[in-house]
Design a protein around this ligand. Structure first.
Ligand SMILES: [Mg+2]
Length: 244
């Protein structure tokens, strides 16, 4: 049985848990709906472009394309993976097409920029999307300069989170010590392999049923609603703890 996570729900910004967080050497951040709120609905644009890509490339009507898109997503973890398995779709052509969205729907986030400036430790992006998309999003948010590296879906050989092998590859490639690392992510299930490796996990709470599945499991160590505010408060704790 998973232990009740209720005691972990509140932001643990004091005590041993926060001390551990402050000693984090590597922060691993998901990108979409983690660095910015899901309410921007950037994914809504990507979602439609995935459907349109399928309709065009497989010569299907929009409704059939939508059905296939969702079938592949739920079967393989990403729509792309299903398209690669069954239709030999060119992954880079797909990624370029679906991420060609109106980025102005996203607002710059000075709050996140400030929070990341004050947060000690190396910062990486770990995304099921492409590096080009990640750079575009980070640039728009105004936080690109905080991140050392991006581990994208091509780095994962197009095997999406939460496949455990991908986490092992991430850790090896970037020489991450899981015991001193934190993973931040809006899809709760994607935190499970991270916790299994020994990472501390932070779930960015979402209303999405897909993202919420398994959020009450023992692999979810911390839950936050406003990432920038939570990171900022964590840094405040560091300042408070520092000798005068
Ligand atoms: Mg996400």
């Amino acid at each position: 049985m998973n232990q009740p996570a209720e005691h972990q729900r509140s932001s643990p910004l004091s005590g041993p848990a926060s001390a551990t967080l402050r000693q984090t050497e590597t922060w691993v951040f998901d990108l979409d709906n983690t660095l910015y709120p899901a309410s921007t609905n950037l994914f809504g644009q990507i979602d439609l472009r995935m459907r349109d890509f399928i309709a065009r490339s497989l010569n299907l009507g929009l409704e059939d394309a939508r059905t296939l898109q969702k079938t592949y997503f739920h079967t393989y973890g990403t729509t792309l993976r299903g398209l690669m398995e069954h239709h030999a779709v060119d992954a880079h052509a797909f990624l370029d097409y679906v991420h060609d969205i109106d980025i102005d729907a996203l607002s710059p986030s000075p709050a996140l920029d400030t929070a990341l400036t004050r947060l000690s430790g190396r910062k990486l992006i770990f995304t099921n999307a492409s590096t080009d998309h990640a750079r575009r999003v980070m640039k728009r948010l105004g936080v690109e300069h905080h991140f050392d590296s991006i581990f994208d879906i091509a780095d994962a050989d197009f095997e999406p989170k939460p496949a455990p092998a991908v986490y092992a590859r991430l850790v090896e490639r970037h020489r991450i010590d899981p015991k001193t690392s934190v993973m931040v992510e809006d899809i709760a299930r994607n935190l499970e392999p991270a916790a299994a490796l020994g990472m501390t996990t932070v779930w960015v709470r979402t209303d999405s049923e897909w993202g919420s599945q398994g959020n009450d499991g023992a692999h979810v160590h911390h839950v936050v609603d406003d990432l920038a505010a939570w990171l900022g408060a964590l840094s405040d704790g560091v300042a408070d703890a520092a000798p005068c």
